[in-house]
Design a protein around this ligand. Sequence first.
Ligand code: TRP
Length: 336
Amino acid sequence: MPEFDREKKIIFSGIQPTGVFTLGNYLGAVRNWGTLQDEYNCIYSIVDLHAITVRQEPSKLRQNSLQAYALLLACGIDPKKSIAFFQSHNKCHAELNWVLACSTQFGELSRMTQFKDKSKKHADDVNAGLFTYPVLMAADILAYNADLVPIGADQKQHLELARNVAGRFNNKYGEFFKLPEPYIPPVGASVKSLADPTKKMSKSDENQNATVYILDDKDTIIRKFKRAVTDSETEICYREGKDGINNLMSIYSCVTGKTYDEIESEFASKGYGDFKLAVGEAVADYLKPVRDDFSRLIADKAYLKECYTSGAESAMRITNRILSKVYHKVGFVDAR
Ligand code: TRP
């Protein structure tokens, strides 16, 4: 059971149970999560309620959710230090969602660019959940009165909405919710696509060779690096215009701790082929512990269950109190 330290700020992070982290996610943010949990009270939720705003195969969703949870632990989240659980296991999220929905305007939800994008992409299923998705996200955060929320650029507008909803609630019912701030991590590496090094490496890239996933096996990783797009020169050095090589150097530096100077001399008399192979091998070795931990954890369903059950209990201990206060503030008769 994590003991939260009142002196430390609360970070809430919601993770969609869709697929594996990329090397970019890992080097850019996820690998720092382990140290984050010493500095903050961290809450990680696999947001399965959010996931069903788009069509899901139930058995696949269950499998992906368990995998996402195991991956969280494999990436260094310690269930004794942080709270890690499934969103659907804590009913307070859905209950607070309702109250907050009554402080959210139709107009502001209509302006959400992600809703507009997703309703184009899933034109045959523009359901109400897709529309009110950001309210549930606000409930996730406000149910814990979280101080900080690590988010990418695509979620900025949603966090802004959460702040507005919190502010509106406070105006109506009296100061209660903290206005959550974005957590900007210390600058991590910005890993680019291996197929087009001018673009960010992305989970949803169509090109199979563009993205390295942290559970890819060694051969796959090496194959993807061998096919990485570079340039028509031969020199391995960090220079403007050499986006492909720069990307590989930055990755190699991240996983080996070597400086750019050291890398340049290491490969001074070698070709791109040698360099790509070295990067692929270094990345595969670097990710091996994560892959091994993941395999061990995903095979141990009893242990996972123990962790997520106790995670949900800890989560509910926090949110039950907050939700009772909210219910009282809006004028519901106290249940006890
Ligand atoms: N919407 C987020 C995403 O797609 C996931 C999410 C749900 C989340 N609830 C959250 C992120 C609360 C931060 C805080 O990535």
